[in-house]
Design a protein around this ligand. Structure first.
Ligand code: 0WK
Ligand code: BGC
Ligand code: BGC
Length: 867
């Protein structure tokens, strides 16, 4: 079992361990009417059922069913004959039961070893149990059935799921009894399935949840594992079978073979004069003359002996009483061995489950089905006793399936139909988040147009603000500088020493309480000065007036390096009396209010500029700064000739794009989803920062939350139960996306995160939440990538270069922490700007260092100007 679970399915192992794509046991609220077609469970017959699931626990509607015997020439004819026969039986059944012709959903119970690649895609590996139709092995049996139904043209039937009979049996367990996590069938053939940890199933490449695996233990011992158990009668039976060498384990247990084994033993005993005085009748010598029913009757404790006489006389024999008793003993021996072997296999499954679930005592329910288990007088009890013996530390309950798994197949079909419907609704919901290359190119082009307009001071959603930073550091900067870093997750005060050997930084993180961020401007700047004073005390800097660089991560119209008019707050800040004010002046006012504090505010920079400068200190090719954190924005070195309103035609100037506001003119309307609109309307700055609200950390969690609410209202998630918690704003933090999408997280950990949020979820739910997170973060990264592509292409064209090599300094929690964001941005840039070789440099010390470097450059230039 473990070997097969981990190996490629193509190799012919002892047992096959085939994934069935049934990932959850029934909820009990499955409802609807389903057609079930069972083929191969009980020999040369097929059964069609009309199953109504009420969705109400314990309320059962007796299925309507009809059995059809499959003619031998069809069982061993062509595949088309077989599937046409099945489709004709379907039409006959539906005609007879007048169930209408609309939206019929069918579950196909196909009891043969198949490679499944989905709930409705299954390829037959090899026939068993006397079937041998040509042209089917290696084919998708669902497609063969769909084609046959099509050829009948009488009914439009949607074949929703294909299920192995063991799975139907397992799923037929009444909720409340189970859930049954093992399905065992002993009919003409034998097999079992069970719920395995998905991460153990190599071919699935899924590390989350559980999935049902069809063991196909009928083929066990093909590799001689059971050599010592196999008898000469087993070998003789196998040689004479349609598939010699195959299904050796099944041929010792399955109802198709038990009678034949008994016959071969009787022939042997007769030929050795132990039975019937050595007489053998033609009937006794002919293959298949003793059937399962005969053996079952002959073993019946009350009527057995009489039946033995009847059966033997029908075989043209005239048994003595001693013969009858011996024949009964042969039946007992053959069937007891079958039940014990079946129990041994089941015990192997139980101990495997116990180990893989690391449980001291495994408590599990096994659903059983098949005529050997249902009708043989002792098979079930021997099975139970032997399992108790071999798996003593497992508490096993056996639940006979009520109607041979038909309802179970309908359950799977209901689950498949529900999953298919959920999948459709999920795809419809997430489709607007899946951006095509054309859409991303459109964003890139629109951003280029907005950049050009913004630089020319024409109406544009991109303000393209000159920063008065004309050069990146050249390494000659020196001195001690104070720096402030406001606008990200944390407010930091830094002491930055720029020396020969590099830059040393001491910093302290302070919080900006929401009441201060949304209080008065005076309160905010007084709080900032309080933090500076606290920092100076701790660092022994009291009385020193170090040059200060102020990273202020909000849109500011700079009139000079130390003059920045706040245009509007973003990212949840809303301190009054600041917009339209020079924030350097507001800071100086606060310093003045706090006597005995001397500070020399030299420069105000945006965090994108600080990040570019900080990375530029290490890599002179760094000419762009990118922030993807609470908010998002970018800056880059533009040709001064292209910047209207700033004197000079040569040289460069760093432009703060304020791309967070891209699309505030409605130009991103075609990409905006109803979820984006809800997030925007609930924000403190509706209609503003539309691009930021599709990308940055402050909003992604909220977008996901609104999508989860929507999917819950559609019944796709959490069984449609809306929870108070999920309706709580900001309850779904963006950091959850990074955690949930991390490759190393198993599903149970995803579930743990969501359960902490008080969300009642199943493994399917957790997988859906994961997909929602992936869609939202992927769109954010692609939009960000389209923005970067627009900028680097602008720089390349500015310089008339065939190819541009450039570095981008990046900072921001989302970019740094999310497992895939950075690589998705880089991939999008490679796709949209193939003539630019772009290196992304993650800034280690934040933009505070950059602010200090800008200050250092300013001080150096001022120094030179004074000399
Ligand atoms: C760290 C920088 C700071 C910037 C922040 C953005 O030092 O200037 O504002 O990154 O990332 P966030 O903290 O918003 O995730
Ligand atoms: C088939 C299995 C099936 C079992 C019981 C075997 O021959 O390979 O797929 O579950 O019979 O019907
Ligand atoms: C601000 C920008 C800042 C960005 C990243 C945006 O909300 O408007 O100035 O650069 O957030 O922090």
């Amino acid at each position: 079992m473990e070997q097969a679970l981990m190996r490629e399915a193509s190799l012919a192992p002892g047992v096959r361990m085939l994934p069935t794509y049934v990932g959850s046991t029934p909820h009990g609220n499955e409802q609807g009417n389903f057609v079930v077609l069972e083929l191969g469970a009980s020999g040369a017959s097929l059964r069609i059922l009309w199953v109504t699931l009420t969705g109400i626990k314990g309320q059962r509607v007796e299925p309507k069913s009809q059995e059809f015997v499959i003619p031998q020439e069809v069982v061993q004819g062509t595949g088309q004959q077989l599937f046409d026969f099945a489709a004709r039986c379907l039409v006959e059944f539906l005609d007879a039961h007048s169930v209408g012709n609309q939206g019929l959903q069918l579950g196909f119970s196909f009891s043969f070893p198949c490679h499944q690649t989905g709930l409705d895609r299954s390829t037959l590996i090899s026939w068993t149990k006397g079937f041998r139709c040509s042209g089917v092995e290696g084919q998708d049996v669902v497609q063969l059935l769909r084609d046959a139904i099509q050829r009948q043209g009488a009914y439009s039937i949607d074949v929703v799921a294909v299920v192995n009979d063991t799975v139907g049996t397992m799923m037929d367990c009444e909720p409340g009894v189970g859930p049954c996590e093992i399905g065992l069938v002993v009919d003409t053939g034998t097999n079992a399935c069970y719920m395995e940890e998905a991460r153990h199933v190599a071919v699935l490449d899924e590390d989350r949840g559980r999935t049902c695996v069809s063991i196909e233990w009928g083929s066990f011992s093909d590799d001689k594992a059971l050599g010592p158990v196999l008898t000469a009668f087993d070998h003789a039976l196998d040689q004479a079978s349609l598939n010699p060498g195959a299904q050796r384990f099944e041929k010792m247990i399955g109802g198709l073979y038990l009678g034949e084994l008994v016959r071969l033993v009787l022939v042997h005993l007769a030929q050795n004069r132990v039975l019937f005085g050595g007489y053998t009748s033609p009937a006794l010598l002919s293959q298949g003359s003793i059937l399962l029913e005969h053996v079952t009757e002959m073993e019946d404790p009350s009527t057995g002996v009489v039946c033995v006489h009847t059966v033997l006389q029908d075989l043209g024999l005239n048994p003595e009483a001693s013969d009858a008793e011996l024949v009964q003993r042969v039946c007992v021996a053959v069937c007891s061995r079958a039940a014990q072997l079946c129990a041994a296999a089941l015990a192997a499954v139980l101990s495997h489950l116990q180990r893989s679930r690391e449980q001291q005592t495994l408590q599990v329910a096994v659903a059983t089905g098949g005529r050997v288990l249902e009708r043989h007088p002792r098979f079930h009890s021997i099975l139970q006793e032997t399992v108790k013996l071999l798996a003593s530390e497992c508490d096993v309950s056996f639940i006979p399936s009520v109607d041979g798994g038909g309802r179970g197949v309908a359950m799977v079909t209901a689950v498949a139909a529900r999953l298919a419907k959920h999948r459709r609704l999920l795809e419809e919901t997430l489709a607007p988040f899946r951006l095509s290359r054309e859409q991303l190119e459109a964003v890139q082009t629109q951003m280029r147009e907005a950049m050009a307009k913004g630089l020319q001071r024409e109406p544009s959603s991109l303000r393209m603000l000159p920063t008065y930073v004309r050069a990146t550091p050249d390494g000659s900067e020196r001195g001690d500088f104070l720096a402030l870093d406001l606008g990200g997750t944390n407010f930091r005060v830094l002491l930055v020493r720029v020396a020969e050997g590099g830059v040393q930084i001491i910093n302290q993180v302070y919080s900006i309480p929401e009441c201060v961020a949304q209080g008065s401007g005076q309160q905010l700047f007084d709080h900032i000065v309080d933090c500076i004073v606290d920092f100076q005390q701790k660092q022994g800097l009291r009385g020193q007036s170090l040059p200060l660089g102020f990273t202020f991560s909000f849109p500011c119209k700079q009139l000079g390096l130390d003059q920045g008019i706040l245009l509007n707050w973003t990212k949840g800040f809303n301190a009054s009396g600041c917009e339209g004010q020079d924030v350097v002046h507001l800071l100086r006012e606060a310093i003045r209010r706090r006597q005995a504090v001397e500070l020399n505010v030299v420069a105000i920079v945006n965090d994108t500029v600080g990040t570019m400068m900080s990375c530029g200190y290490e890599d002179p090719r760094c000419e762009m700064g990118l922030i993807v954190g609470t908010g998002t924005n970018a800056c880059y070195m533009e040709e001064l000739r292209n910047v209207a309103g700033v004197a000079g035609d040569s040289g460069h100037m760093c432009i703060n794009m304020e791309w967070g506001a891209f699309g505030d003119d409605g130009s991103l309307g075609m990409l905006s989803t109803c979820f984006d609109v809800r997030v925007d309307q609930a924000s403190i700055n509706p209609g503003k920062q539309r691009f930021e609200k599709m990308i940055s950390g402050m909003y992604l969690g909220e977008i996901v939350r609104h999508i989860l609410l929507h999917l819950t209202s559609l019944g796709v998630l959490f069984r449609g139960q809306q929870t108070q918690r999920l309706q709580t704003r900001d309850i779904f933090k963006t950091k959850f996306l990074s955690e949930i999408e991390s490759d190393s997280l198993a599903l149970r950990q995803v579930r743990a995160i969501l359960e902490d949020l008080g969300l009642p979820l199943t493994s399917d739910d957790a997988l859906i939440v994961l997909e929602v997170c992936q869609a939202v973060s992927r769109r954010a990264a692609q939009l960000c990538g389209a923005g970067v592509a627009a900028v680097v292409e602008k720089i390349r064209e500015n310089r008339g270069l065939e190819e541009l090599t450039v570095s981008v300094g990046v900072d921001g929690t989302l970019y740094k922490v999310h497992p895939h964001f950075a690589s998705l941005v880089a991939a999008t840039v490679r796709e949209l700007a193939p003539r630019c070789v772009v290196t992304f440099l993650q800034s280690e010390d934040g933009s505070g260092k950059g602010a200090a470097l800008v200050t250092a450059v300013a001080c150096r230039l001022a120094q030179m100007a004074r000399v």
